[in-house]
Design a protein around this ligand. Structure first.
Ligand SMILES: [Zn+2]
Length: 446
């Protein structure tokens, strides 16, 4: 392709290329995932990342205000006239020594990237800004997604700002209340399927191809382009420096896929000198990546991933009627769509994978709530995972770590309330009952 941006199949034995005007989501020739690729010599990219800081001076302009489009030269797949923004990406990187101490990090070494501060309360808005821009570019009228919750909330919000009809597929009873309330409130048609996320994923793909709906799952390569900007903002938050480690929850593996791609491209462009390492954290009740990478030695292998290993693993899941279970509903996924791209990121970032229990997740979440701005359960897997990697000595006490907190604490109030009220963990802070009596109340507070 001679276009500045194009789509390319990640399978090196296929390598089919398509222009960005097409809506595909999977390679029509071999069924593999598609990537957005760039001919960088045809694109004007700033010489230094700190050049992007100048955009702050123009923040009355929506594209310069957006935490995604401020970095538009690094995801240059569409013209400005199609770009969609609702003010996403105004997120912060907070140094948090108290949470760092819990994870056994030296003061000054742990930073938390709060993606819950996005308009719909999760990191998904980064990807939706990019994907809806593509949807507008191709003239889509209607869109759909399968969702554990955050995707549906984000998609519903963006669909309205672009005038698209939105349909959400969710697993019956498998969605956090806060997230379900958002999709409905933002006006999306919500279809609850009797099944889990993986069932919804299969259905939505079939429905989208039958009805010609624009698919907004992380299978959509344009979404991952938007999610790359989370890494640019971490670098920005560190004064345009690169951390030693990125820690990210692993669910459908869109974030880890996007982050590795971001760093690979920045290195290729000479905008960073070194690539940070990446730790991807599963929940033990949804640990496909951990099993495949750590136990079955699955590797990127220059794109020639051992398909038989994956097929055998999934066949075993089917034979056992395995359904993933974790309180971290956002990462309750057994067949991650972006598995192969994630393997590529592990290769690029010399990554490691770990799984943490729901107990560890809830304790870490309570600490992030007490000393930070709070987060949803899946996000807390990062701190729980970091703690494990510190105990193992994989991450050094004085290394600089950025944990990506993907969603807002109000996304899943049930997990929070149950943890504290039912005294489920060592950091539970249950409400105290008091009689309607002044003296008794004063005595309790003293
Ligand atoms: Zn292909």
């Amino acid at each position: 392709m001679t276009d500045p941006a194009f789509q390319k199949c990640i399978n090196p034995d296929c390598g089919a290329e398509f222009d960005c005007g097409q809506t595909l989501f999977k390679c029509p020739q071999c069924g593999e995932l598609l990537d957005i690729r760039y001919n960088w010599d045809k694109i004007e990219v700033p010489d230094e990342l700190r050049e992007f800081a100048k955009r702050w001076a123009n923040r009355t302009r929506p594209l310069d205000f957006s935490g995604v489009w401020r970095f538009r030269e690094l995801l240059p797949f569409c013209e400005d006239e199609y770009k969609v923004t609702i003010g996403e990406g105004q997120t912060i990187l907070q140094q948090n020594d108290a949470v760092g101490e819990y994870a056994d990090m030296q003061p000054g070494c742990l930073c938390l990237q709060y993606e819950g501060l996005n308009p719909s309360g999760s990191f998904k808005d980064n990807g939706m800004a990019a994907a809806f821009s593509h949807a507008k570019m191709v003239g889509a009228k209607s869109c759909a997604c399968a969702s554990t919750g955050n995707t549906s909330a984000s998609m519903a919000l963006y669909a309205h700002s672009c005038g698209l009809k939105a349909t959400v597929f969710i697993g019956s009873g498998r969605i956090a209340f806060g997230k379900l309330s958002q999709g409905i409130d933002y006006g999306a048609q919500t279809i609850q399927i009797l099944g889990d996320f993986d069932d919804c994923m299969r259905q939505v793909q079939n429905v989208c191809s039958e009805l010609g709906l624009y698919l907004l799952n992380s299978l959509n390569p344009f979404r991952l382009e938007g999610q790359k900007t989370i890494m640019y903002r971490i670098i920005e938050g560190l004064g345009w420096d690169v951390p030693d480690w990125i820690v990210v929850p692993g669910g459908n593996l869109g974030n880890s896929s996007a982050f590795g791609k971001a760093f690979g491209e920045l290195k290729q462009l000479g905008l960073i000198e070194r690539i940070p390492r990446m730790a991807i954290i599963n929940a033990t009740g949804a640990d496909t990546l951990t099993n495949l990478v750590n136990n079955k030695n699955l590797l990127w292998n220059d794109g020639r991933v051992n398909q038989a290993t994956i097929a055998e693993y999934y066949a075993d899941l089917t034979a056992r009627s395995f359904s993933p279970h974790t309180c971290a509903s956002a990462i309750e996924i057994a067949r991650p769509v972006n598995l192969k791209k994630c393997l590529r990121s592990i290769d690029i970032c010399d990554g490691v994978v770990r799984a943490v229990t729901d107990e560890d997740i809830c304790d870490a979440k309570a600490i992030i709530g007490r000393y930070g701005l709070g987060c949803e359960p899946a996000s807390a897997a990062t701190i729980a995972g970091l703690r494990h990697l510190r105990a193992e000595g994989v991450i050094g006490r004085g290394e600089r770590v950025a944990c990506v907190l993907t969603g807002h604490p109000l996304k899943d109030p049930n997990v929070t309330v149950n943890y504290h009220k039912e005294k489920q963990g060592q950091f539970s802070n249950p409400p105290v009952e008091a009689p309607n009596d002044f003296d008794a109340i004063v005595k309790l507070i003293k």
